[in-house]
Design a protein around this ligand. Structure first.
Ligand code: ADP
Ligand code: MG
Length: 330
């Protein structure tokens, strides 16, 4: 039985929609709408779904970089949603984030030396000499040379900038790193280098990752388990092998059918989803996927399906499988 590092319970993030400055909220963008999952120590947990489904909002809410509307976030047995801002700031040493765009997330006016030293200064780690040594070590583990430390972010390629972003996240020796589409902005040829680096660092430092991606091909190489999101909700969670070989949710099946198959002898049928993703300010009643689901039933238009264990270690939020769960429980 693996030990969990993070347990997220019924997390919600609603953004109020204001028609004008003085009006009360006209409604809400339900960016994250009641999601529950846990992440085990040392694993890489993938969070996957189309653009706009709430992945970044989830990642940032977990660190309270944005305040969740509701829900609990248990990190090492403590509900961090209850912490004061000052307590949270201290706790954040152990929980770091790597952003998608390594350029806009690095201050262009600072040298790499300064960028990597800053978290150490903010958290009062070491004296100037010790910090300099720590920064050199950090550069080394992510494959940057000592001469690079005196340069500015714009003097680096995208892949190197992401190495700087990763080094900065490692500076305080965190337990958890949330990587929000860390390779999406990089050339395909560089993506695997950065992913390999992240995997090496994970085994070297015993890190736990939440790895956010908008398509399933990237997570295939790095994740142990994957959660699939649609319109602010989690529709399926299982280990990577099961997800790829035996997806249960019709949305996951459609996403997977769009992943290119490298073996030309394997013909697979592409499932084309009808219609657009609905707005998160006006999600369909019942199952959020019902307007596009090729297997929609009446119940899907009325009742939101719960995320249930449809097979051992395989959670699915879909009415298609609820009969099976009931007979298992009976
Ligand atoms: P993803 O990372 O999966 O692309 P996001 O978490 O960035 O998705 O966004 C989820 C939804 O929340 C989107 O519809 C987005 O427009 C909306 N959203 C994100 N941030 C804000 C905000 N500050 N105010 C209002 N709506 C927001
Ligand atoms: Mg995002």
């Amino acid at each position: 039985m693996s030990e969990s590092l993070l347990e997220v319970k019924s997390l919600k993030k609603y953004y109020p929609i204001n028609k004008s400055f003085f009006n009360k909220a006209q409604g809400f963008v339900k960016a994250v709408d009641d999601i529950t999952f846990s992440v085990n120590k040392g694993e890489t947990f993938g969070l996957v779904g189309e653009s706009g489904c709430g992945k970044s909002t989830t990642g940032r809410s977990l660190l309270r970089l944005i305040e969740p509307t509701a829900g609990e976030i248990w990190f090492e047995g403590q509900d961090i949603t209850k912490l004061s801002m000052e307590e949270m700031r201290k706790r954040r040493r152990e929980m770091q984030i790597v952003f998608q765009d390594p350029f806009s997330s690095l201050d262009p006016r600072n040298t790499v030396q300064r960028i990597l030293e800053e978290p150490l200064i903010v958290h009062g780690v070491g004296n100037a000499k010790e910090r300099r040594a720590a920064v050199e070590r950090l550069a080394d583990v992510v494959g940057l040379a000592k001469v690079h430390l005196q340069r500015y972010p714009h003097q680096f390629s995208g892949g190197q900038r992401q190495r700087i972003g990763i080094a900065r996240a490692l500076a305080l020796q965190p337990k958890l790193i949330i990587a929000d589409e860390p390779v999406s902005a990089l050339d395909v040829s560089i993506q695997s280098q950065v992913i390999n680096l992240m995997q090496d660092l994970q085994s070297e430092f015993g890190l736990t990752y939440i790895f956010i991606a908008h398509d399933l091909s990237v997570v295939k190489h790095i994740c142990d388990r994957v959660a699939v999101m649609y319109l602010g909700r989690i529709v399926e969670i299982t280990d990577k092998d099961k997800l790829y070989s035996h997806p249960l949710h019709p949305y996951t099946q459609a996403l997977l059918s769009a992943v290119p198959e490298p073996d030309p002898d394997i013909r697979k049928e592409r499932i084309i989803l009808q219609g657009e993703v609905p707005s998160p300010s006006n999600a369909p009643v019942g199952c959020a996927f019902n307007t596009r689901c090729p297997r929609v039933m009446d119940v899907c238009r009325n009742l939101r399906p719960a995320l249930l264990e449809t097979e051992p270690g395989h959670l699915t939020a879909c009415h298609l499988y609820e009969g099976e769960v009931k007979t298992l429980l009976a």
